[in-house]
Design a protein around this ligand. Structure first.
Ligand code: MN3
Ligand code: FE
Length: 454
C-alpha cells in the first residue's frame, strides 16, 4: 500500500485503533510492559479556540504487553480506570512528534497525572516510552496545526572575561558578591573536617550486632557511594579546566574546595569499609547495569567531552549529569537512605557523623551546579531544551539505579520502602529543575544575585 498515507485525527476511534495496532506489533513494548495490567485513560483537553469544543478521552486496555482494546472512553471508564493522564493539544503534539520524554513530561507536570501513582509509573518508564513510540508511528492529523516552537538563536558569546589581565591586580579585584565566592568562604569554614578524626569505635561494635542481610544492604549502599565518590573525584577536572580557561577566578577558587571535598568523601567511605565493615572483597558486584550506565559511562563521557568541546551546551550536559543527577538526585537520595536506616535505629554513629559533613559539602556542590547551569541558561535560553532532553535520559537511569538496589532484595531490612526513595529523588530533581528553568527568563546579571539555598 505504498504511498497510502491515511491520517487519523488525534484521539478518535480510528486513531486509537491504529495506535493499538502499532502497539501490538511492537516487541519492545511487549517485553517492557510484561507486568503492566491496568487500563489507562488519556485525555486531550478541550480548547474551543482551536477546534476542540470538548475533551477527547481515549481508553486503552493494556494487559501484559498487549493492548486488548482501544476506543474513546465511555460510561464508567473514567471512574474505574486507575490511571488518567491529560494534557492540552500542544503538549500531545510535541509528544506525538517524539520530541518529549513521557516520564520527564509527567515528572515536570506537563502531562498531568489526574489519577494514579507517579511512583508506580516510574517503574515502567520503558513501557511508557514504547507506548508513545508506537503512537508516534501513527499518522496523526490535528484539528489545528500549531506552529512549531523555533529555538531562538544564541546571543553572541560575551568576551568571556578573557581580557588577559589578572582579576586580582585589576581595579575590580575579586567579586565577593557572586555565589561561587560565597560558597568558597563557606567551604573554608565548614568543609575542613577530617575523615580520619571520626570516632568509629561504636560503629565497629554495632556492625557485629547486625544481621547478615542488614550488613549486605549497608555494604551495597556503601559500594554505590564508594564508586560514586571516586568517580566524581576522577571526573571533575575537565570542568575545572574549562572554568579556568574562561578565567572565572572566583569559580575556580570555589572549585578547588569542591575537588578536595570529593577526595575526602572517597577517603571516608573507604575508611568505613576498611575499619568497620572490614571488607576487602570486590564490591563491583553491587554495581548493576543502571548504576554502570551512569558511573561507568554517562558521567565520565559528559565530563571528558569538555576536553574537546568547551561549548555552553557541553558544559550544561556535564553539569546536569554531575551536579543534578549524580549529586542532586542520587547522592541526596542515598544519604536519605542511610539516615532512614541508621538514625531511627541509632546505629553506626561515626558513619552518620561523616555523612552529616558529606551532605553539607554536597549541598554546596549542588548550589554551584545550579549557579553554573543558571548562568549558562540565562546567557543562552535555547540551552534549556538541550538540558531538558539530556535530563530526561539521565533521570530515567537515576530512577533505574534506585529501583535496581531495591529489586535485589526480597525483603528490605530497616523498614525501607522503594516508593519513599523514588518520591524523594523526584522531589529533589524537580526542585532544582524549577530553579534552573527560572533562569530562562532572567537577565544574565540577575544570576549574580542567586543565593545558595536550593
Ligand atoms: Mn561527594
Ligand atoms: Fe559532590
Amino acid at each position: 500500500m505504498k504511498g497510502n498515507v491515511l491520517k487519523h485525527e488525534i484521539f478518535t476511534l480510528a486513531w486509537a485503533q491504529a495506535w493499538a495496532g502499532q502497539l501490538n506489533r511492537n516487541p519492545h513494548y511487549r517485553s517492557a510492559a510484561q507486568k503492566w495490567e491496568w487500563p489507562l485513560i488519556l485525555i486531550l483537553e478541550k480548547d474551543p479556540a482551536h477546534g476542540l469544543p470538548e475533551n477527547r478521552e481515549i481508553y486503552l486496555d493494556l494487559w501484559h504487553g498487549e493492548c486488548r482494546e482501544a476506543r474513546p472512553a465511555e460510561g464508567n471508564d473514567l471512574q474505574e480506570a486507575p490511571y488518567i493522564i491529560s494534557a492540552p493539544l500542544p503538549v500531545w503534539q510535541e509528544i506525538l512528534a517524539g520530541q518529549a520524554d513521557p516520564m520527564m513530561a509527567l515528572t515536570r507536570g506537563r502531562l498531568k497525572l489526574r489519577k494514579g501513582n507517579l511512583l508506580k509509573l516510574a517503574r515502567y518508564t520503558q513501557a511508557a516510552k514504547q507506548l508513545l513510540a508506537s503512537a508516534v508511528q501513527v499518522e496523526t492529523a490535528f484539528p489545528v496545526n500549531l506552529p512549531a516552537v523555533t529555538a531562538t538563536a544564541p546571543p553572541p558569546e560575551i568576551a568571556s572575561a578573557a581580557s588577559h589581565r589578572f582579576a586580582t591586580t585589576s581595579p575590580g579585584g575579586l567579586r565577593q558578591d557572586i555565589l561561587p565566592m560565597r560558597l568558597y568562604h563557606k567551604a573554608k569554614k565548614f568543609g575542613i573536617w577530617n575523615p580520619q578524626d571520626i570516632d568509629l569505635q561504636r560503629d565497629r561494635e554495632d556492625w557485629q550486632s547486625l544481621s547478615d542481610l542488614e550488613k549486605e544492604v549497608l555494604l551495597h549502599l556503601t559500594a554505590l557511594f564508594q564508586g560514586g565518590e571516586e568517580a566524581v573525584t576522577l571526573d571533575l577536572l575537565p570542568l575545572i579546566m574549562v572554568i579556568a580557561k574562561e578565567r572565572r577566578i572566583e569559580e575556580e577558587l570555589y572549585l578547588t574546595t569542591f575537588l578536595w571535598e570529593e577526595a575526602k568523601h572517597t577517603e571516608f567511605f573507604r575508611r568505613f569499609l576498611d575499619e568497620v565493615a572490614r571488607n576487602h572483597s570486590d564490591l563491583t558486584r553491587f554495581h548493576g547495569p543502571a548504576y554502570q550506565r551512569i558511573f561507568y559511562e554517562a558521567l565520565p563521557a559528559a565530563m571528558n567531552a569538555l576536553l574537546n568541546d568547551p561549548s555552553p551546551a557541553a558544559q550544561a550536559r556535564a553539569s546536569a549529569t554531575y551536579n543534578m543527577i549524580v549529586e542532586g538526585t542520587l547522592a541526596e537520595t542515598g544519604y536519605h537512605a542511610y539516615y532512614a536506616m541508621l538514625e531511627r535505629n541509632d546505629l553506626l554513629p561515626g558513619l552518620r557523623e561523616g555523612i552529616t559533613y558529606l551532605k553539607r559539602d554536597e549541598s554546596r556542590h549542588i548550589a554551584y551546579g545550579i549557579y553554573l547551569l543558571s548562568r549558562l541558561v540565562a546567557r543562552e535560553p535555547a540551552l534549556w531544551e538541550v538540558l531538558e532532553k539530556h535530563m530526561a535520559i539521565m533521570l530515567e537511569h537515576a530512577l533505574a539505579t534506585i529501583t535496581e538496589l531495591f529489586d535485589t532484595y526480597e525483603v528490605i531490612p530497616f523498614g525501607l520502602k522503594l516508593e519513599d526513595f523514588i518520591e524523594y529523588a523526584l522531589d529533589q530533581f524537580n526542585k532544582r529543575m524549577n530553579r534552573i528553568e527560572n533562569a530562562r527568563y532572567q537577565r544574565p546579571e540577575a544570576i549574580d544575585a542567586l543565593t545558595e539555598d536550593d
